[in-house]
Design a protein around this ligand. Structure first.
Ligand code: DQQ
Length: 585
């Protein structure tokens, strides 16, 4: 090829790349990255190697937010944002599955597709409300045009007698039920209606997520008949500097005990939780506070938690767009959250699937009233098979003990650590107060020697330690002689192959009284997800990893200590987890 030709061809190539980049960025961006050229691409074969087994996921393709979870006539229903044509975000419909036990899932046909005037350009997230007479109704966000205008629409079952609720209708009359008020609302930042609740005046309320410049808003709407909705003068709550609030969830919790309650419950002994998903940060925070029903205002209790991105999180890892529902059959509140992939979109297209749900968690208020507790629903025990235990074992600095007899890539692990004293705890440098927990985890990683800790689990570890994902604690002593417990999950060495992927270190503090000199850790390992619960569910971290050597029999589980203080494994059980007999296939 002559010089001139090669210059022309590289010019043409740059034009082509420029056009592809443009194509990538055209369209409705929402909060998800849009890869138009990948939206309809399905590989010939689904790559099952790193698919999870007991975490909810559709048989193939892309999944994001949980939608309208509920319990109806003996069945749990889970709807979810689903691309039926490819494994990146796009073509979104409401996938639908049912279960009798939150473990085995039967797929049904998608419940809602974009087709009506009010949702022709998208059927986005929404929630279920059970109306009097045991009548479920969905309110969801419809996208009406190419400009991404967002309205709220309703869908109702075609046949209330059908426990599967297979067919949903969206009447043209009466829909959409809520439209953005042109004057003072941002119509492209107006989505994800919550479950509605009934106030003491007999009127229904719900919130819709929004944003005005940088202020995150939970817009409040009221209705007497669930058909005609009026915007309340003030939002239920808002906060400057937080950006768009997606998927707001507002619900009551009991001040004592673990029982959940219906979203409309209120009165003595009840406090409220408002959770929002921060579009800009891609994580969620919640606040606990008082809901004044006369003024229809929620006021976070500043003595309990920060109202803003530094506030309490359900999960300090990969967990977003979550939603709770009240399960009357077991008198509990259950939380579903979306766990995105951490590999590249090209990897997802190659695998033919993307997105799972975190294992469903029961949520209740901690005894101290300052935070929520989350714990995998009890039904998980149905899947526990053989287990491996360890006798009380002391582990000194630099030691790691292997758990033998565990299917280490499909396990449920419960371990309790104890230590003789906290004297060797490292000093907490006051300058670290301005750091986020994950930054401290980065600074003080699993291989950085400490005093009390780092100790914890080395999950998905390859035989020669080329790959491993540590989940661990490190305890610090502060200047006022109290202790700070840090929990971390490090994904940097989880895979030799996943080069283009996101491999962060996650971290959260654990609000625990260490006077017993003990701390427990529970970790659910499921091939490409590691979901951990500190101290009985006080702090949770979920991470996605893609080992290339630590697979099948080459995947091991260890307990390790890299602190100068000896740590004792007080109890340790790792259950091999069976596959559910049905997971959307
Ligand atoms: N996902 C939906 C939106 C929501 C976002 C679109 C959160 O309704 O705001 O798929 O992940």
């Amino acid at each position: 090829m002559m010089m001139g030709d090669s210059r022309i061809s590289s010019f043409l190539l740059s034009i082509l790349l420029f056009c592809l980049a443009l194509i990538d960025n055209i369209g409705v961006e929402a909060s998800h990255h849009v890869y138009i050229h990948l939206q309809n691409y399905t590989p010939r074969k689904i790559n099952k190697l790193l698919r999870t087994t007991y975490h909810f996921q559709p048989k193939k393709h892309w999944m994001n937010d949980p939608n309208g979870p509920m319990y109806y006539k003996g069945l749990y229903h889970l709807f979810y944002q689903y691309n039926p044509k490819g494994s990146v975000w796009g073509n979104i419909v409401w996938g639908h599955s049912v279960s009798t036990d939150l473990i085995n899932w039967q797929p049904l046909d998608p419940a809602i597709h974009p087709s009506k005037k009010f949702d022709k350009f998208g059927c986005w997230s929404g929630s279920a409300t059970i109306l009097p007479g045991d009548k479920p109704i969905m309110i969801y966000t419809g996208i009406t045009d190419e400009e991404n205008t967002q309205v709220q629409a309703f869908a109702e079952p075609d046949d209330y007698e059908d426990p599967y609720l297979e067919k949903w209708v969206r009447p043209s009359s009466g829909n959409p039920i809520i439209e953005p008020d042109e004057k003072d609302m941002n119509k492209t930042a107006f989505r994800d209606p919550s479950t509605a609740w009934l106030g003491p005046d007999g009127e229904w309320r719900l919130v819709v997520g929004g944003r005005m410049e940088e202020k995150g808003i939970a817009h409040l709407y009221k209705s007497k008949d669930f058909k005609k909705w009026t915007k309340a003068e003030d939002p239920l709550h808002s906060k400057e500097g937080t950006g768009m609030w997606e998927c707001p969830d507002f619900y009551p919790v009991n001040l004592t005990g673990q029982n959940g309650m219906d979203t409309s419950s209120n009165g003595n002994g009840v406090i409220h939780v408002l959770k929002v998903s921060l579009d800009e940060k891609r994580y969620e925070y919640y606040t606990i506070g008082m809901y004044n029903t006369d003024k229809d205002k929620f006021t976070p209790d500043k003595t309990k938690s920060i109202d803003g991105p530094g506030g309490l999180r359900y999960d300090y890892g990969n967990f977003y767009a979550s939603k709770t529902f009240y399960d009357p059959s077991r008198n509990r509140r259950v939380l579903w959250g979306w766990v995105n992939e951490s590999d590249s979109s090209d990897d997802d297209v190659g695998k033919g699937w993307a997105g799972i749900m975190a294992f469903p968690r029961k949520v209740w208020l901690d005894g101290g009233g300052k935070q929520l507790i989350q714990w995998p629903v009890d039904e998980i025990k149905m899947l526990r098979g053989n287990n491996a235990t360890m006798n009380e074992t002391k582990i000194g600095k630099g030691m790691h003990v292997r758990s033998r007899g565990t299917t280490a890539n499909q396990a449920d692990v419960e371990v309790t650590f104890s230590f003789p004293s906290l004297d060797k705890a490292e000093k907490f440098d006051p300058s670290w107060n301005s750091m986020e927990a994950h930054e401290l985890c980065e600074l003080k990683g699993s291989s950085v020697e400490g005093g009390v800790g780092p100790f914890g689990l080395l999950t998905l570890t390859s035989p020669k330690f080329e790959e491993y994902t540590p989940v661990f604690y490190r305890i610090f002593k502060t200047v006022d002689n109290s202790y700070k417990t840090l929990m971390c999950t490090e994904t940097g060495r989880s895979s030799l192959k996943n080069k283009a992927g996101y491999k962060p270190t996650y971290g959260g503090f654990v609000n625990i009284d260490l006077s017993t000199k003990e701390i427990s850790l529970r970790t659910l390992i499921d091939h490409s997800v590691i979901e951990s619960f500190a101290a009985g569910g006080k702090t949770c971290i979920t991470a996605r990893v893609y080992p290339s050597i630590a697979l099948h029999k080459d995947s091991n589980l260890y307990v390790f200590n890299n602190g100068t203080e000896i740590v004792t494994i007080k109890s340790f059980t790792a259950w091999n987890m069976n596959r559910p007999y049905q997971m959307n296939n």
